[in-house]
Design a protein around this ligand. Structure first.
Ligand code: ZN
Length: 199
């Protein structure tokens, strides 16, 4: 069942690869970081945004040609109702959980339930597509890395239930989406599409 949904996602992404790839310079940089050609040992190490011991596949990576064309975001294959945990300590700056609809159509974008958490260095993380009333925290709450914050779903622009995770940094007067390192069972890495990562 789990695998079937990954296949569906994969087939769909193949169907859309006719689209041009993003020109964002970060795209090239991420590839070098993922391969370890460029080393980064100073940036913050995030926790995988799900419970310890759980293992999920990244079903869409950074700047993918499907729905992440201009997005430094990751889609994790969480199922409906699975627990989303905070990837880093912070304060909840936004919660939307009244959305009910979702699907692979941009018209659903505004229905996407989400949580945004502000970190001590001013960066923010976003957790998207939570199920209806799926937030476990409120705006203003302080949260700890690893703390359950919500339940996964398929609200908004989403083909299957999953968690869309991204980090923004305020850079040169604007919010920029950035790739981040994660602690996994196999060490600290930049995550890649189609691989599974255990927390
Ligand atoms: Zn996504």
């Amino acid at each position: 069942m789990l695998w079937t949904r990954s296949i569906q996602w994969f087939v769909l992404s193949i169907a859309i690869t006719g689209c041009a790839a993003s020109n964002n310079p970060l795209r090239k940089e991420i590839k070098l970081l993922q391969k370890g050609i460029v080393k980064d040992d100073t940036s913050y190490v995030y926790a995988l945004p799900y419970k310890a011991g759980k293992k999920y596949r990244v079903i869409q990576g950074y700047f993918s040609r499907m729905t992440h064309k201009e997005r430094a975001a990751l889609d994790f294959n969480l199922h409906r109702g699975d627990t989303i945990t905070a990837a880093r300590d912070g304060v909840v700056s936004r919660v939307k959980e009244d959305g009910r609809k979702g699907g692979l159509n941009k018209k659903y974008r505004s229905e996407g339930n989400n949580i945004v958490i502000q970190h001590a260095d001013g960066s923010r993380a976003g957790y998207w597509h939570l199920q209806h009333q799926g937030a476990l925290v409120n705006t203003g709450d302080s949260v700890k890395k690893g703390q359950p914050i919500g339940l996964a779903g398929k609200t908004g622009y989403a083909f299957v239930p999953h968690l869309h995770f991204l980090v923004w940094k305020f850079n040169n007067g604007q919010w920029q989406q950035i790739p981040t390192r994660f602690q996994t069972q196999k060490g600290v890495v930049y995550l890649r599409a189609w691989k599974k990562y255990k927390n």
